[in-house]
Design a protein around this ligand. Structure first.
Ligand code: SAH
Length: 321
């Protein structure tokens, strides 16, 4: 065993937009020596993983590389026992359908110290980016967050009766595949077919899309528009406010995903400005400015400087230039 014990930070990365990663989450990430991350973490956030840190993708689904929960727990333990500062980076909030609790058990059993950095959950932020307040004094005084995930071959384990009676806003995560069962369950429990509802896809990113329809038509409408994952389903009167309050897609650069290749120190200001205008940014520094070292280049520059007088105009096309 390593002489120095490491530590694990369970960090919520938010729904996608890097602006929704907390200050504490970013600080911890920037000091990480190993980062174990999921599929739903925004790309711009992943690009903040320090160059020297080990980055471990445990969420890859295509090609069946997805790691089991036990494997993930093991990796976290191993890296901590190697004495590393380990960040377990998860989409949204780590304790809301994030299996954060399970990941802590093994660490606890081995006396590995840990901290939790809560994240902005998609259950609240994705409706917000679509102009849907999940509660509203006129329409809903409670909100229920429900998992629509079901094990292969099993039925959904949801008490539709009490949800339909409660009158609160319903937010289903992991529910796209179960959309037909969810709609059927709510209608069978007596919820009116004209109840406003929505499916919100890839919220807080350039790919954000939404379908708003009456509950009875939601499945058809989502099918027509080819809604995919990740997405959340919202049911309740508040959904009709999306049309009035939708704001994200009104920003001038909404829907644009812009690659920023400037060196890191200069890129962040440009990226920040682009995001203010509604774009999603991908900061991938691919230019490096270093002192000239070889004599031949130095000689050429010296020669050019001596001949400056021959030119009428000297244009610098960038601050580095
Ligand atoms: N802990 C996460 C949820 C994990 S379950 C959180 O707090 O947000 C994964 C589900 O979250 C997805 O199936 C989807 O329903 C939802 N989700 C996560 N990110 C999303 C996004 N950007 N847009 C829409 N739904 C999202």
């Amino acid at each position: 065993m390593a002489e120095k014990m490491g530590k694990v930070w369970l960090v919520g990365a938010g729904p996608s937009d890097i602006g929704l990663l907390t200050l504490k989450g970013l600080r911890v990430l920037e000091q990480a020596q190993a980062v174990v991350y999921d599929q739903l973490v925004g790309l711009e956030i992943l690009l903040r993983i320090p160059a020297g840190a080990e980055a471990i993708d445990v969420g890859k689904q295509a090609g069946n590389h997805k790691k089991t929960q036990e494997e993930i727990n093991r990796i976290l333990l191993e890296k901590a026992l190697e004495g590393k500062r380990v960040v377990r980076l998860k989409g949204g909030d780590p304790f809301l359908f994030g299996r954060g609790g399970e990941e802590l058990e093994l660490l606890r059993a081995h006396g590995v110290p840990f901290e939790i950095v809560p994240g902005v959950t998609s259950a609240l932020a994705v409706p917000a980016y679509n102009g849907i307040p999940v509660t509203h004094r006129e329409f809903a005084s409670s909100v229920h967050i429900i998992t629509g995930h079901r094990k292969a071959g099993e039925a959904l384990d949801i008490d539709f009766q009490s949800l339909a009676k409660g009158g609160g806003t319903l937010v289903f995560l992991m529910g796209v595949r179960s959309l037909p069962e969810i709609v059927r369950g709510l209608l069978a429990a007596g919820m009116p077919a004209d109840t406003p509802a929505a499916v919100l896809e890839r919220g807080t990113s350039a790919g954000q899309r939404r379908v708003v329809a009456a509950l009875g038509e939601l499945e058809d409408e989502a099918g027509r528009q080819g809604i995919g994952t990740p997405a959340i389903i919202v049911v309740g009167e508040v959904c009709k406010l999306a049309e009035t309050f939708g704001w994200y897609e009104q920003l001038p650069l909404f829907g644009e995903k812009i690659l920023v290749t400037r060196p890191r120190d200069r890129a962040s200001r440009l990226s920040e400005k682009l995001r203010e205008l509604g774009a999603e940014t991908v900061s991938l520094p691919s230019i490096e400015t270093v002192p000239v070292s070889d004599d031949e280049t130095k000689a050429k520059i010296g020669e050019a400087m001596e001949r400056l007088g021959e030119y009428d105009l000297l244009a610098f096309t960038s601050p580095y230039g």
